[in-house]
Design a protein around this ligand. Structure first.
Ligand SMILES: Cc1cc2nc3c(=O)[nH]c(=O)nc-3n(C[C@H](O)[C@H](O)[C@H](O)COP(=O)(O)OP(=O)(O)OC[C@H]3O[C@@H](n4cnc5c(N)ncnc54)[C@H](O)[C@@H]3O)c2cc1C
Length: 290
């Protein structure tokens, strides 16, 4: 008989499947191809964070290089998104930079856009430092900033000074009250404030949110400030809204995670939405019945 943990994992995986392309880079490329056929761009992310095994890090770099070089062959408008701690930041900044350089070089040759995901607030300073260093060498590089952090307005203004490309998100990590807005209301308010700055001052950016109110506000702002921007949403979330935005001629990118390390990512998605927690509860009850 399956143990409680095994049962929980099985149920979680059933729910997580909607958000994850599969285990392999080819699964992610297939999902990106499907997104492309629906008129979307794709951003591929290999799941995994806090890697300290050199073998694991090297295989992650290999896979990102393979993906970068497959976009043209597969006829996909694609980018990749990298979490700093998955390719060496948990060892040292030097290790990260050596590894990221390999990815960026490949991306430069293939003209592929690279995003740096933003992880928990312990890594914000280093990630921005890294971005500054690499952006001076490779322009098709973007960085995620989190509206739940109180420091972000200052970070955004600094980054706009160098012409940075920004993905604005609400923030997926639990942070201390001293550094973060905690209520949805406060995070949303800050998101809207930062989004206004983006439309006024940034030349290329992404509104990464599933929040209907925010997306409507962005559509309105785009009438006043016609800028190069795109909506980014996670695979498997708000599919109808994505189609609607594409019909209205907005650029929409699907963020497509893949890989065996699906658990932390899926838990973050489940926590984000009450309905997902209810779904988890009812799936657990059902699985006990059969
Ligand atoms: C492309 C992309 C990249 C990201 N990169 C990062 C990153 O680098 N660092 C980081 O910290 N975070 C990142 N995130 C996650 C982000 O910070 C949020 O945790 C996540 O997007 C949820 O916030 P929300 O803006 O959708 O708003 P929420 O306030 O969570 O949700 C608002 C509304 O959106 C809808 N919605 C939200 N989730 C769902 C769902 N699962 N199913 C259906 N409807 C839903 C509901 O209507 C909900 O009321 C990224 C998100 C996206 C979309």
């Amino acid at each position: 008989m399956a143990s409680g943990i095994q049962l929980m994992e099985k149920v979680l995986f059933k729910i997580a499947k909607q958000w994850i392309a599969g285990n392999t880079a080819d699964d992610a490329l297939t999902s990106a191809k499907n997104a492309y056929q629906l008129g979307r761009h794709a951003i591929i992310n290999k799941l995994g964070e806090y890697n300290t095994s050199k073998k694991q890090i090297l295989s992650t770099i290999d896979e990102y290089q393979k993906i970068i070089n497959s976009f043209r062959k597969w006829n996909i408008r694609g980018a990749i998104s990298v979490k700093p701690t998955q390719i060496g930041l948990s060892i040292s900044q030097k290790e990260f930079c050596r590894n990221f350089e390999k990815i960026v070089q490949e991306a430069r040759d293939a003209h592929v856009f690279v995003w740096l995901d933003m992880e928990s607030a312990d890594h914000t300073d280093e990630t921005i430092e890294i971005y500054n260093a690499f952006f001076s060498k490779y322009e098709r590089l973007g960085i995620a900033l989190q509206a739940n952090l109180k420091r972000t307005e200052d970070d955004l203004n600094d980054l706009l000074g160098i012409g940075a490309k920004i993905r604005l998100v609400k923030g997926a990590y639990r942070e201390k009250t001293s550094i973060a807005f905690k209520s949805k209301e406060d995070v949303d308010k800050n998101y809207v404030k930062l989004m206004n700055i983006l439309f006024k001052k940034c030349n290329e950016f992404a509104i990464a949110s599933h929040d209907g109110k925010i997306i409507r506000k962005a559509q309105n702002l785009s009438k006043k400030y016609p800028k190069k921007f795109e909506f980014q949403m996670l695979k498997g979330i708000r599919e109808e809204l994505k189609s609607d935005l594409i019909k209205k001629k907005f650029v929409v990118s699907d963020y497509i995670p893949y890989g065996v390390n699906w658990l932390p990512y899926s838990i973050r998605r489940i926590k984000e939405r009450k309905r997902n927690i209810l779904l988890l509860g009812s799936s657990l009850i059902q699985s006990q019945r059969v």
